[in-house]
Design a binder for this molecule. Sequence first.
Ligand code: NDP
Length: 775
Amino acid sequence: MSVSEIFDTMDYGPAPESLSEAMAWLDGHGRAFGCFIDGAFTKARGDFESRNPATGDVLATVTQGTAEDVEAAVKAARKAQGPWAKLGGAGRARVLYALARGLQKHSRLFAVLETLDNGKPIRESRDIDVPLAQRHFYYHAGMAQLMEEELPDRAPVGVCGQVISWNFPLLMLAWKIAPALAMGNTVVLKPAEYTSLTALLFAELCSQAGVPDGVVNIVTGDGQTGALITEHDGIDKVAFTGSTEVGRHIRRATAGTGKALTLELGGKSPYIVFEDADLDSAVEGLVDAIWFNQGQVCCAGSRLIVQEGITEDFYARLKRRMDGLRLGDPLDKCIDVGAIVDPVQLETIRAMVDGNTEGETYVAACAVPEGCFYPPTLITGLSPAAQLMQDEIFGPVLAATTFRTPSEAVQVANNTRYGLAASVWSENINTALDIAPQLSAGVVWVNGTNMFDAAAGFGGVRESGFGREGGWEGLMAYTRPAKARKAVKQVTAFPAGKAALGTLDRTAKMYVGGKQARPDAGYSQRIWSKQGKLLGEVGLANRKDVRNAVEAAHKAAGWGKTTGHLRAQILYYIAENLSAREAEFAARIDDLTGAKGGKAEVVACLDTLFSAAAWADKFSGEARSVPIRGLALALREPTGVVGVLCEGASPLLGLVKPMAGVMAMGCTGVFVASEAFPLAATDFYQVLDTSDVPGGVVNILTGAHGDVAGTLADHMDVEAVWSFSDPALTKRIEEGAAGNLKRTWCPVGGVADLPMREVLEAATEVKTVWVPYGA
Ligand code: NDP
């Protein structure tokens, strides 16, 4: 092409990135890789091929990790963990820093290899994936340095099993490995079958950077290898990124094993454009939201929701922009959209789009190369319930619908089972900041999209999973309380004594929606003192009682919108009213337990209420130092409806401690009272009634925990289940939680030793709201 022709067309010429260094690295390994275990590569077995999706060429062969490989990796990681933790934060910081520097030094090699293996444009791997991976190691070098000073009560979890997907092979690895190592853990990581190469290059970098043998182990393979890792007895914590379906499977498979778990799953993130938005910026934002990485992004803005008045104008601008997108060789620096990761994924996208019969489909009028490429596509006029509005396509396909009012925008945006991210576009800061907290999403971008940073937590709510990666909150998953807590002794009710029938006919009611409630089935249970005296009767809750209580808790969701100041006042008021009846409650507890701890327990309850009240307007969040001109706000949001199986041994504190945390953070709860000693909890609702607690915020049930644990865990409208009850129930709770991927918390140790801060952590989830400054 002549210079004058270029002037005429203003077309970009090709600007290919050299692949010679990457090819030399592959050749240096004979284009065949084993696993990286205990600081060395195992013998390559050539089990499967890793291909360049843009050309179909085989790049190398990779080894399918077997049970023996996983065993060896876990063993090496176990052996290395103690010394790695003992090295101390400052020692680990040096190693993480060396990894960051190594990533920087070899950044071009990593970027080219990533693009070759995954098909993403080199501009993205070079300018986003690799720099962000470096940033994670720098940031977490700092976290390692600060651990002893800032997290003195936390210790490493141990050996972490990490399984990641193919869409950000190196970046996901960095998100997983950097915080784990910083906190003194060791890892066994499995990259996705399609994209193992940068993980193997990283393994080599570990050796160069002075990572001790066994601290980082990379076991390649497919889902079977993944399952061998996540289900291995020697793994203390599982961290997974991938599909909701596999995430759910892992939740069930790890239930009751005591393994800590975080899941970063799929999404169908809304992209809301108000009519007062800067429309050209919003269109440009969409290029990043849905055509970045060919739309194979868990937080892709794949659901466009446009205000009705601007729909035609916005669609017209968008289509014009789509036509200008450049598809092609991912190694060409002028390319916007690269190759789909694999023909299997291409077929999935095709089948989903071809199977759609609703709305109008617009395919960008840009040249589409032969092979594993899919054109940018817009489907408008879809109803919010349409399959393409609900299901993750994981490709360059944007599904669109419209809204009229801000409240309808929120309604449509939240009409999804996912909750990973959301974008809000409006030039009116009031509108944007009014909408952001109402969106069910772990991350909200105001007038922007796909902003990430190591200092800002990333992760989902609902079926997008739980746990955060990045920020202080991301460290929680890689640490545990430093002081081992003693398991609390399980208590059983005292055996029946001799009571003349008819001497007492008052059954303590349950407490649902602020009113006393009779048990649905009409069954009750007598409660006896140690000396065989009849203390009272309580109803036995069944699944219907649980459902009624959950419904009442949901109706009281407005509690989450009240101010921390108001919630603090009500908690103080509860304390004041309890204090007025201190002697009566102390006597009740003594009668129930047959011991003399009643007074101390009431005092502990008062203390707990004061502590929760103190935190109610302080455990809020902070602004994070991210490298943009703007704010990244880490906001603590209430988890929602929490079901609690209260501790048996502490009739009142077992209720009051979790309740105080739940209330302070704006959650509502269904509390199943101590099974053995329930009468202090049923007395307590009189205190709630006189303390201005809105109906439904606290619901109290009585009965056998085993009868209701499953109903609570399976309930799709319960967002979290906490159990301080019999550890034998944990497995059932964690299995049931897989349904809607609710959060579970079944801590070891009694409520008395539990710091209020941990209760507040469990009652909240961090939402990151990004607000860039200026135009
Ligand atoms: P998967 O959930 O299938 O895989 C993610 C990782 O888990 C891979 O390493 C995979 O192995 C491994 N794996 C598969 N089965 C098991 C198992 N039973 N136990 C343990 N590990 C297992 O997601 P994919 O990457 O295949 O993508 C499929 C869909 O998932 C996408 O279409 C998209 O909807 C969603 N997705 C979401 C992502 C996110 O970031 N939230 C990222 C990627 C995908 P291998 O693939 O090597 O066989």
